[in-house]
Design a protein around this ligand. Structure first.
Ligand code: SF4
Length: 264
């Protein structure tokens, strides 16, 4: 029975670290493994740069799958923006590409087993799901199985000299530049780092909101993008973020202190 080994790269640190981890610890599999990235074609430039770097550091080509129907085409067809409530982007721009790719492999040999390696860490084990015992598609979670936590991921990437993607300097996650999961602060960061992409998102939103006139906000739940970048809102959002960071730091210090006092 033929076996295929696929590692799904997201453009983020965890799946990248998994590729390096497998190369070092499961080298036989790594040689036969394919690195696959489902490109929404709406990623930020730093993601593409990081993928290029991964190829160099691992000396392995990444298979980059493009969506069959582009984001623009889907926008025209569906006629509304993707959002929390209607998250059509992931299934249509990413999952479909991977499914089609797996189907093609299956067509070559329908009894083949496909192992899909996923970079979910041990501290996120609750996100794992099984495709079923008898399924010919088997999801593998080496970080969960081998107790690899967030700090280990940073260590793997730093030890290899590749480090984490550049966008972590101003953004917490990989994905589309217009991702609706971004906080107001993330949107400001996008505006300051890639104003062209911010304006592009604003244009999508403007066109969408002009069609649907029921007080719809667009990509962000609190502000229309054209209002979010007004100086008074930028000030407000940055100040809120600053307070949040101070509170988080205080909370970490408090937890450490408590643990020490109670000798936990
Ligand atoms: S990154 Fe955000 S916008 Fe892009 S596919 Fe994922 S959920 Fe959708």
């Amino acid at each position: 029975m033929k076996e295929y080994h696929i590692l799904a790269l997201s453009g983020g640190k965890d799946s990248a670290a998994l590729a390096f981890y497998i190369k070092d610890n499961m080298s036989e599999i790594f040689d036969r493994m394919e690195l696959v990235f489902c490109d929404t074609e709406q990623e930020i430039p730093e993601t593409y740069d990081y993928l290029n770097k991964i190829e160099v550091f691992l000396d392995k080509k990444i298979t980059r799958l493009k969506p069959q129907k582009s984001f623009n085409h889907l926008m025209e067809t569906l006629n509304f923006l993707p959002s929390y409530k209607n998250r059509w982007c992931t299934p249509l721009l990413k999952t479909k590409s991977m499914n089609e790719y797996i189907k093609k492999l299956r067509n070559k040999d329908d009894s083949s087993i496909i192992y899909l390696y996923i970079g979910i860490r041990a501290d996120e084990f609750f996100r794992t799901k099984s495709a079923g015992k008898n399924s010919l598609l088997k999801e593998v979670f080496p970080f969960v199985d081998n107790n690899i936590y967030k700090n280990d991921v940073f260590n793997i990437l730093n030890n290899k000299g590749i480090g984490i993607p550049d966008y972590y300097k101003w953004r917490k996650r990989s994905g589309c530049y217009f991702c609706f999961y971004q906080s107001c602060f993330d949107w400001i960061q996008l505006y300051e780092n890639h104003p062209d992409l911010y304006y592009k998102a604003m244009e999508y939103e403007y066109n969408d909101c002009a069609k649907i006139k029921n007080g719809r906000m667009g990509f962000n739940m609190k502000f229309a993008l054209k209002d979010l970048i007004k100086p008074e809102n930028i000030r407000l959002i940055k100040e809120k973020e600053r307070k949040k960071t101070v509170n988080n730091k205080n909370f970490v210090l408090f937890t450490k202190y408590l643990k020490k006092e109670l000798s936990l």
